[in-house]
Design a protein around this ligand. Structure first.
Ligand code: NAD
Length: 265
């Protein structure tokens, strides 16, 4: 099999453990010839699992709280030092809802926690792109990608404030996609993924029932994390150079379905 990311260099955020979507993306990128830097929040790095991935991928790990501009500047500067030049791709695979985690219902939300959720799950994407912009950290025809979910468009009650986070995330992709596209020929997209059994996914109430529901509703079934990783690789490769400012569904057809007889007994 030819290696479609040969010579490409990128940053991959969000690999917490081997279930993480970003973990699979890191493995696939390296298998396709890319060199990568791994990053996560310092608190997640203390859990230590990322070191096993780093060894496997021959990649340095540079800690960064994605809500901190200082941490992000350090991450992009050190990554460019490591590579001896600019990046070709960046993956934002970061999400966390304080209200969901603490079991607060949507109708009685703590708005300070909501701000924190937006900062971690969405504004961090703008912060990453602003850092890329300021440091001129990405090569022409580079690719920036964030992971999203269809709750940005449709109502999934237990997804709570993460729905608005994803709507904001997708909007940042369009708005910054204009600037990075015009100035640098850099593309920016969001990939809207099926429910996936990860730490973040399973934090949502009723996730297992919902996972099964989506699996039955989708003609192809839920898209596994490994296939999500393959799609990410395609979006980092030169085969998708003119795809930008899009929210791309990777969901086995879920987003187009209205009713599936498989769900009606
Ligand atoms: N699992 C699903 O069902 C699903 C579906 C669609 C989209 N997504 C999205 O995929 C992305 C990755 O999630 P996942 O499902 O692989 O779960 P995960 O829990 O493995 O990954 C979430 C990551 O966010 C990181 N993170 C949290 N706060 C951070 C901060 N302040 N700075 C830097 N990193 C921070 C965590 O350490 C973790 O590595 C998220 O954006 C999530 O919303 C997940």
């Amino acid at each position: 099999m030819s290696k479609i990311l040969s010579g490409k260099k990128g940053i991959i955020s969000g690999a917490l453990n081997s279930e993480s979507i970003a973990w699979k993306v890191a493995e696939r990128c390296v298998a396709e010839g890319a060199q990568i830097v791994l990053t996560n929040a310092p608190v997640a790095m203390r859990m230590g699992e990322i070191n096993a991935l780093a060894e496997k991928c021959n990649a340095p790990v540079i800690g960064a709280d994605a809500t901190s501009m200082e941490d992000l500047e350090n991450l992009f500067t050190k990554s460019m030092d490591h590579f001896g030049g600019k990046l070709d791709f960046v993956l934002h695979s970061i999400g966390m809802s304080v209200n969901v985690r603490k079991g607060k219902p949507y109708t009685d939300i703590n708005h300070e926690w909501m701000q924190k959720t937006f900062d971690i799950s969405a504004i961090s994407f703008h912060k990453m792109m602003q850092t890329i912009w300021k440091l001129d950290a990405i090569n022409d025809w580079g690719s920036v990608l964030a992971l999203s979910y269809i709750a940005a468009q449709r109502v999934f009650p237990d997804y709570s404030e993460m729905a608005e986070s994803k709507a904001l995330l997708e909007s940042f992709a369009r708005s910054f996609g204009y600037h990075l596209g015009t100035a640098k020929h850099v593309r920016v997209n969001t990939l809207s993924q099926s429910p996936t059994m990860t730490t973040a996914g399973q934090g949502v109430k009723g996730f297992h029932d919902f996972f099964n529901y989506a699996d039955k509703m989708s003609p192809l079934g839920n898209a596994p994390a490994e296939d999500c990783a393959n799609y990410c690789v395609a979006l980092f490769s030169d085969y998708t150079r003119y795809v930008t400012m899009q929210n791309l569904y990777h969901d086995g057809g879920f987003s187009t379905m209205g009713m599936n007889p498989a769900l009606i007994q």
